[in-house]
Design a protein around this ligand. Structure first.
Ligand code: ADP
Ligand code: TPW
Length: 582
């Protein structure tokens, strides 16, 4: 079918002498999305959704076409995180769907709202397993990895299907939703007036959820009695867009705070109460931890063990999901509701007489912070040749400091760990990284999603292995002329490039890549601008140039192949490797 063939049938229902006008599933899906203020689709075309993509464009929506569905899904997911509106990813059936499913599962794991819409083959053939083109029972495959999964079989239910998908994605704990649209449904015709009446504009999809007064009083009581309180901000706090309330809580209470990776910038990392540089110290020493939109998962050592020291702790936890509470350790004071409402309620309870943390505690945090910052400054000042992670990141940090509005995408092992602690963030929801799974491959999808959604500059700081998972999307970046600068930390391999094959055989070691690869030349193939940087000065110059141009750019940053450690800071999760090296 061509675009012309799927052009909207004229609605003539108010002209009784004509046969009633009809519309079809294709148009209804687009109408339902547009009615709910969704203006962009990230996807990859093929039967049966090519015409859906064409029509979306013809009807004024943005369709951003990718080279692999996982990257389209990641773009949709990060767009959802940035806007609190579900990002939409559109794929073909079976293999396209499965490629998108990783992104859907990652979105659900990270609490990002997105909707994966996939075309599917005929139910009758799929259910009898008669071998249709791209046959797969997609609905059931999606269920374990999605917050919700729906299928629409009748055109008059498209409005309901889209409304349910939107609500499921953004209400309560946000997540990924799968929407199955069989090819037959898209082609179904339906009376145009009936069709318009079947659409639903979702009202108040993520209503505020007020915490119970008792839970607020209990939390205030725990905080009041604390000697060494700490606030821990997670990406749920950033997602909630309750920036002013969170700042009020931090500043009114005077409690030191620690941002998780993607919560950096919710308050500027340079804030006097930011305890990032004393992270280990505050986690160990605090006697009361107020978790705001952060889970006690592996990223926080499950709330126990060495990371948390021996000082007994009481946890206050603000979260929208009641079943998150007590998932790893006992929570003394759960506060269930949306972060904006919960934090406002706490702020209201912190009056003039509310005790401030002792200067003994805040002074100890400051001392540790200053000591660590001094140590870090000395490491950052070094200028080894070839460049190390620190000197390269120093150069990037100094450029980004002048542009706090820039979106930062970050993945890799060492590249992620070091960038997270060295690159300060000054604005909320500007840092997007490997998140809850520590997944590699989000890089270019997140970069494109962030650039399209914000319309502003993105800098993606990528390990060379990490970049490889989504590297082909630099063509997409060039095609849409997006202001994305990708910096590849090229140390010739996964983690580093120095491993050798112990047998002396022809194959290189499992972690090793082609030496001295020129990633900068990849982007030149598509008309983008490549830079090759071997020193911090060259890197500074290249990044300044790249940002100034606002063009698709890629900097091949040559890093010492012996720098960095295996698995970055996750060496403790990799005991076998440590044992093999002994
Ligand atoms: P991090 O990785 O930064 O520690 P997590 O992804 O582990 O953060 O935690 C995010 C938490 O925030 C989840 O438990 C989720 O239920 C919660 N959350 C997300 N949005 C909201 C919101 N609007 N109000 C309250 N809690 C929220
Ligand atoms: C989908 C395992 C964790 S980190 C990493 C891999 C392959 C790459 C590290 O090398 P890189 O970074 O990017 O060159 P650096 O800074 O240390 O030089 N597959 C998936 N996700 C994960 N996390 C892996 C594999 C992994």
């Amino acid at each position: 079918m061509s675009t012309a063939e799927i052009a909207r049938p004229e609605i003539t229902a108010d002209e009784p002498h004509h046969a009633p006008a009809t519309t079809d599933g294709f148009h209804l899906v687009i109408d339902a999305l547009k009615l709910n203020d969704i203006d962009t689709i990230f996807g990859l075309v093929g039967i049966p959704i090519t015409d859906l993509a064409r029509l979306a464009q013809a009807e004024g929506m943005r369709f951003i076409g990718f080279r692999h569905e996982q990257n389209a899904g990641n773009a949709a997911a990060i767009s959802g995180y940035m806007t609190k509106k579900p990002g939409i990813c559109l794929t073909v059936s079976a293999p396209g769907f499965l490629n998108g499913l990783t992104a859907l599962a990652n979105a659900t794991t990270n609490c990002f709202p997105m909707i994966l819409i996939s075309g599917s083959s005929e139910r009758e053939i799929v259910d009898l397993q008669q071998g249709d083109y791209e046959e797969m029972d997609q609905l059931n495959a999606a269920k374990p990895y999605a917050k919700a999964a729906y299928r629409v079989l009748h055109a008059e239910d498209i409005g309901v299907g889209i409304a349910r998908a939107i609500r499921a994605a953004v209400s309560g704990r946000p997540g990924g939703v799968y929407l199955d649209l069989p090819a037959k449904l898209l082609a179904q015709t339906i009376d145009a007036v009936k069709a318009q009446q079947s659409l639903i504009k979702v009202v108040d999809a993520a209503p505020s959820q007020l915490p119970s007064p008792d839970s607020v009083a209990r939390a205030l009581d725990v905080i009041r009695r604390a000697k060494r309180p700490l606030i821990l901000l997670g990406k749920g706090a950033a997602y909630a867009q309750a920036d002013a309330q969170i700042r009020a809580l931090v500043e009114k209470s005077g409690i030191p705070y620690l941002p998780m990776s993607m919560a950096k910038g919710l308050l500027p990392d340079t804030h006097a109460q930011c305890a990032s540089a004393a992270r280990s110290f505050v986690l160990q020493e605090a006697d009361c931890v107020v978790l705001i939109g952060a889970r006690l998962n592996w990223l926080l050592a499950h709330g126990k063990g060495k990371t948390w020291g021996t000082a007994p702790k009481q946890f206050v936890q603000i979260d929208i999901s009641p079943t998150e509470i007590d998932s790893n350790v006992a929570i003394a004071a759960p506060v269930i509701g949306d972060i904006g409402s919960c934090v406002s309620a706490l702020v209201a309870g912190i009056g003039a007489g509310f005790p401030k943390p002792s200067t003994e505690w805040t002074g100890a945090v400051d001392d540790r912070k200053n000591k660590n910052l001094e140590k870090m400054a000395a490491t950052l000042a070094k200028n080894p040749s070839p460049m190390g992670f620190h000197s390269a990141l120093r150069a990037i940090r100094d450029v980004l400091k002048t542009r706090p509005d820039i979106n930062v995408v970050n993945e890799g092992a060492n590249t992620l760990d070091y960038a997270r602690s060295i690159i300060d963030m000054a604005q909320p929801r500007k840092r997007f990284d490997s998140g809850t799974w520590g997944i590699m491959g989000i890089g270019m999808g997140f970069a494109i999603g962030a650039a399209v959604t914000s319309g502003t500059q993105v800098v993606a700081i990528e390990g060379d292995s990490a970049f490889g998972f989504s590297g082909m999307e630099i063509e997409t970046i060039c095609r849409y002329d997006l202001p994305v600068c990708t910096i590849v930390f090229n140390n010739n391999g996964v983690y580093r490039g120095t491993d050798v094959n112990p047998t002396g055989g022809k194959d290189v070691a499992p972690t090793v890549f082609v030496k001295n690869a020129r990633y900068d030349r990849m982007i030149e193939a598509f008309g983008g601008i490549g830079f090759h940087a071997t020193t911090p000065e060259e890197l500074t110059h290249a990044l300044e140039e790249a940002i100034r141009s606002g063009k698709p750019t890629l900097i091949n940053a040559v890093i010492d192949e012996a720098a960095g450690t295996e698995s970055g800071r996750l060496t403790n999760l990799n005991p076998q490797s440590a044992a093999m090296k002994k």
